[in-house]
Design a protein around this ligand. Structure first.
Ligand SMILES: [Zn+2]
Length: 298
């Protein structure tokens, strides 16, 4: 049963990559024009297709695959899925288009950064150019009986957007509002993390005042998590500054954050056997160090 949770007409699918539960999810918005938000990587194909079947949705009715950004765990599977959904088009940030059409550079960098986790995600297949649609900030996308509003939310990545489902008051945040597990939240800050843009993006999302957030990692949470992740982003960058100032290592940064943020320690324990989530946490720490150095050290 790939559908693990639902809210109104939104279904949360666990993609079960590498047999890891609660690592990467995808959402299906059941509407006149069905929309998949963050389809996951190529390796999520089977779970997505069986969720569509479980929900009794006809493949022809899937009209949109909305990717919050092109990182493999969010949009890597779009090319493969387009083959199953002949009427679907992919919605993406202007800066993400070329990588969906020709994912070879994206794959190369994923392989070098993620190593075996890239192999878990599997090779992204190219999307046909005519089936990729650029979405601008504030643009709305009509799903027939409901509306999606696009919010550009750079920071985690320059090509990041969030999708706000107006009627349900649900905001799909991809990686722009952190990773959320068991009521605990941590920022997602891989290189080249942009601190200033990330805060501006969170502020933008706070203004929407969503009741619910649909995290890709993982599941539904309350809108107020935005305030929490904002504060943590500020705090963690401060900690990274002091570690960089003292010429500390990434392990020092990890330990220092755990000292000040017990939730991070809890989450590291909870996901100690997870390659996918573990890798994200590690990359986030590298990204913080790198970001602080780029901003001019401690
Ligand atoms: Zn992610």
């Amino acid at each position: 049963m790939p559908v693990v949770n639902e809210l109104d007409n939104i279904y949360c699918i666990d993609t079960l990559l590498n047999n890891e539960k609660n690592a990467v999810c995808s959402y299906i918005v059941e509407s006149e024009k069905v929309c998949i938000v963050d389809c996951g990587p190529t390796a999520a194909e089977r779970e997505i297709l069986s969720a569509i079947e479980e929900l009794g949705i006809r493949r022809n009715d899937v009209k949109f695959i909305a990717v919050t950004h092109i990182h493999l765990d969010h949009g890597g599977g779009a090319g493969r899925l387009l083959k199953h959904f002949p009427n679907a088009r992919v919605l993406v940030h202007p800066k993400g288009v070329e990588h969906l059409i020709n994912p070879s550079k994206l794959w190369k960098s994923a392989k070098s950064v993620l190593g075996e986790v890239a192999d878990i995600y599997q090779l992204p297949e190219p999307c046909e150019k005519s089936r990729v649609v650029v979405v601008d900030d504030n643009q709305t996308v009509d799903l027939g009986d409901c509306l999606i509003k696009v919010v550009h939310t750079p920071g985690h990545a320059p090509h990041h957007v969030s999708f706000y489902l107006v009627e349900s008051d649900v905001l799909f945040t991809g990686d722009s509002a952190g990773m959320y597990h068991e009521g605990m939240i941590v920022p997602t800050t891989p290189p080249p993390f942009d601190f200033k843009k990330s805060l501006e993006s969170i502020e933008k999302m706070v203004k929407l005042n969503p009741k619910t957030i649909a995290f890709t990692h993982f599941g539904f949470g309350e809108g107020k998590e935005l305030h929490k992740v904002y504060r943590k982003t500020v705090d963690w960058v401060e900690i990274a500054k002091s570690v960089v100032e003292e010429d500390g290592s990434v392990e020092d940064l990890r330990d220092r954050i755990i000292e000040q943020d017990a939730e991070f320690g809890e989450l590291l324990k909870l996901f100690r056997n997870s390659k996918i989530v573990g890798m994200s946490y590690m990359l986030g720490l590298w990204g913080l160090m790198d970001c602080v150095k780029r901003m001019g050290g401690g």
